[in-house]
Write a protein that binds this ligand. Structure first.
Ligand SMILES: O=C(O)c1ccccc1NCC(=O)[C@H](O)[C@H](O)COP(=O)(O)O
Length: 263
């Protein structure tokens, strides 16, 4: 059984629990956030989606004491394009309360980073203030991926569709995903390899209106350079920012000139 299988087992129980609690979701977001897609499309530099990450299955405890609002405000000061909040509690020690607190504190795009398998989780994400949700291709069959993608976009949310290889990229394109992230972490072995970004980039339709993002294992400016050279518009970064003594400096050094962008 992989870690993803284990996580999904827990998610199925969480969904059952959520379905028993009646949540009334308003159709209108309280105050609309800017579009992540449009922001990344316009930018000349490699943008950073900065993650609030206390712990992880691969690294255990990373920053147990971190305060999501303090962390999010530091990310905003350094010019983060978006804040990602891990809302899973069992494996990442996050929560929807973290997401709601960050939502109150900042106005930039906000990603609910969870393992979504059902509409009720999307309702929760929206209610807590997210403007972007994550759908992981490896966690969903084609029909569910399509259904959840349509459900989220129908609610006015943006969707980051995560893939690990060219085969999954094809499935993401089949649902017309516009924000596509390559996760450099192998969910079986936890091994992180930026070559995944480069491999998927070889198959990515850069000529179409789609955004290519590199996720996980970005530790320094050299890694950011490598992701940008492969064509990434943004990197999604958790651990290295959470462990940094100077979050703002660590984030700014990743905001390098994008490949092919005018100086
Ligand atoms: O981080 C993990 O150990 C992990 C294990 C299993 C599934 C997902 C996992 N991480 C979620 C993420 O996608 C990362 O938090 C995100 O890409 C940031 O990665 P990093 O910069 O390496 O912390």
């Amino acid at each position: 059984m992989t870690i993803l299988d284990e996580i999904l087992q827990v998610k199925r129980l969480e969904v059952k629990r959520m379905l028993m609690e009646k949540l009334v979701v308003s159709c209108e977001t309280l105050s609309k956030r800017p579009s992540l897609f449009e922001m990344l499309q316009k930018s000349n530099r490699l943008e950073v989606i900065s993650e609030m990450k206390r712990a992880s299955p691969s690294k255990g405890m990373i920053a147990n004491e971190a305060d999501p609002v303090t962390q999010a405000k530091a990310y905003v000061r350094a010019g983060a394009a978006c804040i990602s909040v891990l809302t899973d509690t069992s494996f990442f020690k996050g929560s929807f309360d973290d997401l709601a607190a960050v939502s109150e504190a900042v106005r930039i795009p906000l990603l609910c980073k969870d393992f979504i398998i059902h509409e009720v989780q999307i309702d929760r994400a929206k209610e807590a203030g997210a403007s972007v949700i994550l759908l992981i291709v490896a966690a969903l069959d084609d029909a569910t991926l399509q259904r959840l993608h349509s459900y989220a976009t129908g609610m006015g949310l943006e969707v980051l569709v995560e893939v690990h290889d060219a085969k999954e990229l094809k499935r993401a394109l089949a649902v017309d995903a516009r924000l596509i992230g390559v996760n450099n972490r192998n969910l079986r072995t936890f091994e992180v390899d930026l070559a995944r970004t480069e491999e998927v980039a070889r198959h990515f339709p850069f000529h179409e209106e789609r955004i290519f993002i590199s996720e996980s294992g970005i530790m320094n400016a050299m890694d950011a350079q490598r992701a940008a050279a492969a064509g990434a518009s943004a990197v999604l970064v958790g651990e290295s920012l959470m462990r940094s003594d100077s979050v703002e400096d660590a984030l700014r050094c990743l905001q390098i000139q994008k490949a092919g962008a005018p100086l």
